[in-house]
Design a protein around this ligand. Sequence first.
Ligand SMILES: NC(=O)C1=CN([C@@H]2O[C@H](COP(=O)(O)OP(=O)(O)OC[C@H]3O[C@@H](n4cnc5c(N)ncnc54)[C@H](OP(=O)(O)O)[C@@H]3O)[C@@H](O)[C@H]2O)C=CC1
Ligand SMILES: O=C(O)[C@H](O)COP(=O)(O)O
Length: 438
Amino acid sequence: MEIAKIAQKAWAKTPLWKRAELLHKAAAILKEHKSPIADCLVKEIAKPAKDSVTEVVRSGDLISYCAEEGVRILGQGTFLVSDSFPGNERTKYCLTSKIPLGVVLAIPPFNYPVNLAVSKIAPALIAGNSLVLKPPTQGAVSCLHMVHCFHLAGFPKGLISCVTGKGSEIGDFLTMHPGVNCISFTGGDTGISISKKAGMIPLQMELGGKDACIVLEDADLDLAAANIVKGGLSYSGQRCTAVKIVLVMESVADALMEKVNAKVAKLTVGPPEDNCDITPVVSESSANFIEGLVMDAKEKGATFCQPYKREGNLIWPLLLDNVRPDMRIAWEEPFGPVLPVVRIGSVEEGIHHCNASNFGLQGCIFTKDINKAMIISDAMETGTVQINSAPARGPDHFPFQGIKDSGIGSQGITNSINMMVKVKSTVINLPSPSYTMG
Ligand SMILES: NC(=O)C1=CN([C@@H]2O[C@H](COP(=O)(O)OP(=O)(O)OC[C@H]3O[C@@H](n4cnc5c(N)ncnc54)[C@H](OP(=O)(O)O)[C@@H]3O)[C@@H](O)[C@H]2O)C=CC1
Ligand SMILES: O=C(O)[C@H](O)COP(=O)(O)O
């Protein structure tokens, strides 16, 4: 913490163009090393090989975009004059600029250890902050290699410190440390308790989700089915933005389920090295939790579209039809390849289910009627609503935010940079009013 504080003071005096130049360099080095880092992701978190490479490349692009965006938005401040407020003459000129916060504590989750670390590191650095990064325990090796790319690019010593260790053991020390000036966290409910313990500092929390997919009678069912399978089951459902419940109008439910099940049958299941679609979930406790949700739904009468199959941490993809509100899976996020389907009699029923959730990350609607889609989007209490596509965080410059238990603050490149600065004003007071004549 002390080193981070010292390094930040010097970094804040580094010209903006130079900070951007170093970030571009780090992005290029990261992309050059995409294969070994992706290999780590495959081994550590069982992400399919192709998706692991995509995560590293996307992270490089994010760093470069952040450098460009930072140069644009941090180079600008505001200039205000006093006579626009009643009772004032033009005697005061107010100059505001965006200045760094200090030390940013970044805590990403296991499912995107590289990308969700970089999405905190790059905005913090371009804005003149230093970082203490606590990587997820599963994903720590990938994170260390990624941070090494920043060091190879020439970032000064101490500017980015990577502190490994179990969150349950070192988390409180870090999050309650008086030297921390901002916390950017992505993960589960832990974020809620961190918010309660943290001091009076800016917090960016991206937490869980129960993203609903509402399918209307006039939807393109092929498009909806493709998005349900990709959105719900890619990386075995271990994405905060995964489709986590399908709410389909009864009249098209059979037709939709036929298409979805046909696609599920084609998914490959196995090791991440073989680039299988469905790979083992991250831990035994996670697999046990998912199994608990499945068994609860079985006892309460859900229809199993596929047989339930599990070998160790590998769970075969499973659609549960005719899910009812008394089943846990209707509300809890499995973070696994199991997707509940609720048949609804009206759009209002779908919106009501979506809004009754304690989460409010994203949601999606499938319909050909844009007017209807807009009304439903306005009624859904989520940070983002996607029309005719599955929920997603990217592209990474789009705003990304959750409401209710899904988080506080907004991410996305521009919002993250703006969140990692504070506003500083300098007011020039003139002895007498001065009005510009040209
Ligand atoms: N909204 C979003 O953008 C995203 C949300 N998520 C949500 O995250 C959850 C799954 O991810 P998972 O990694 O298991 O989430 P966790 O909340 O368990 O962990 C997230 C990070 O917090 C750390 N951590 C754990 N305990 C503490 C603590 N007491 N103090 C500080 N840090 C701590 C973890 O370290 P360690 O690994 O050592 O335990 C990890 O680095 C799901 O609920 C999912 O929805 C996931 C990704 C994105
Ligand atoms: O951690 C997550 O799950 C992400 O923030 C989701 O990102 P994605 O929509 O790009 O997969």
